[in-house]
Design a protein around this ligand. Structure first.
Ligand SMILES: C[S@@+](CC[C@H](N)C(=O)[O-])C[C@H]1O[C@@H](n2cnc3c(N)ncnc32)[C@H](O)[C@@H]1O
Length: 360
């Protein structure tokens, strides 16, 4: 919706001079920032709604204190509660159920407060979501109001979803152009069932913008009618073609920058893989050398244990030999002590000794 700012959104804001603006689907805040700049210059308040914002809500609240109200919620839980909305920009969950209820909630809240209904701008009234439901969070839509969907892409001119199409990361209805399917069906049914008279002004390209306005709002904001009627003029459309071309060129540049970053990232990945393989090789090498050293040490330990066992056997044998030698020595010593006395007794003719060594 952001690319429509200069050509359409700002002229609508200038014509309406809103005190209260609502944005559904803030995402990274591309449009929110522009709305806040406008609000700062015109003393207005901006309500932004998104269940999964990609902006730093705390920082934004601090920077735009008193002017910025952020609702981290789904649109259907918020829209009925905000009073006095003059302009609403809807670029959230592009499916029939959500959009038709967003429109009804905005209308009812205005009627309850006796306030002119807001001007309501809706992105994605052209291909692909003009006639095909998208579900950011399929569970947020009651099953009875949810069409069969797949997380697959959309190709221009093709009814069937494809693996390589537009928004292939999102849940898209598997068929288009059926009843209660897409943003345009929601707008048509809303207008048909409303008690008020609404007009729809469309700007083609960049997925299309629809601007809904009621007779009451046109009466309350007299500068608005000419702005909306100008959307169909040759002058406006010629200028709008320039804006679309600019958006196309910016998209081409973004693709080229993205491709270069991808190439650089691939080179880094390759370098990382080479370095990783090299350090893996070094580590495996170290591991193998460690294992070989461990095995060699194991063998050495076994050899030493064997030698230790042999040494222990030898020591035991030596101890036994020592004991035997000591016994022999003791016997020899006894004999040596006993023999001279016996010799002496036989020489003296006396009796052998009655006690002591050899008496028994
Ligand atoms: C296409 S992006 C909006 C882009 C934004 N308007 C811009 O111009 O930069 C759609 C956003 O709608 C939000 N969204 C999805 N379902 C929603 C819901 N039920 N209510 C409010 N926001 C919703 C998503 O989280 C996403 O951030």
């Amino acid at each position: 919706m952001n690319p429509f700012w200069e050509a359409a959104l700002r002229p609508v804001m200038d014509a309406v001079q809103p005190h209260c603006v609502i944005e559904v689907g803030a995402a990274a805040g591309g449009l929110t920032a522009k709305l806040l700049d406008w609000a700062a210059a015109h003393d207005a308040t901006v309500h932004a709604i998104d269940p999964c914002p990609a902006l730093d809500v705390t920082a934004w609240r601090a920077e735009h204190r008193g002017r910025f109200v952020f609702h981290k919620a789904r649109s259907l839980n918020v829209l009925g509660r905000v009073q006095g909305v003059d302009v609403a920009w809807i670029d959230g969950d592009h499916n029939y159920y959500t959009v038709v209820h967003e429109l009804r909630l905005l209308e009812r809240a205005a009627l309850r407060a006796d306030h002119p209904p807001p001007v309501i701008g809706l992105h994605d009234v052209d291909w692909p979501y003009g006639s095909r439901d998208l579900y950011y969070d399929p569970d947020s839509v009651p099953p009875a109001h949810r069409l069969p969907y797949e997380r697959k892409g959309i190709l221009p001119g093709e009814g069937e979803l494809s693996h390589a199409g537009f928004n292939d990361h999102l849940c898209n209805a598997i068929h288009d152009h059926s009843a209660h399917n897409g943003v345009c069906a929601a707008i048509d049914d809303f207008i048909a069932k409303s008690d008020l008279r609404w007009q729809l002004h469309r700007i083609p390209g960049l997925h299309g913008l629809g601007v809904l306005v009621s007779d009451d709002r046109l009466a309350a904001s007299p500068r608005l009618g000419p702005v909306l009627r100008s959307f169909g003029s040759a002058r406006f459309l010629r200028r709008w073609c320039g804006d679309i071309e600019l958006a196309r060129v910016r998209a081409e540049i973004a693709v080229a920058v993205g491709e270069r970053e991808l190439t650089n990232a691939r080179v880094h990945v390759h370098e990382f893989e080479v370095a990783h393989r090299e350090s893996e090789r070094v580590l495996v090498d170290r591991l193998e050398r460690g294992r070989a050293a461990r095995d060699a040490l194991g063998a050495e330990i076994e050899r030493l244990q064997h030698r230790l066992a042999l040494a222990a056997d030898t020591e035991a044998q030596l101890r036994r030999d020592l004991v035997a030698a000591r016994a022999q020595l003791a016997d020899a010593e006894c004999e040596r002590l006993v023999a001279p006395k016996a010799d002496a007794a036989s020489t003296n003719g006396s009796n052998p000794p009655r006690s002591g060594v050899g008496a028994s």
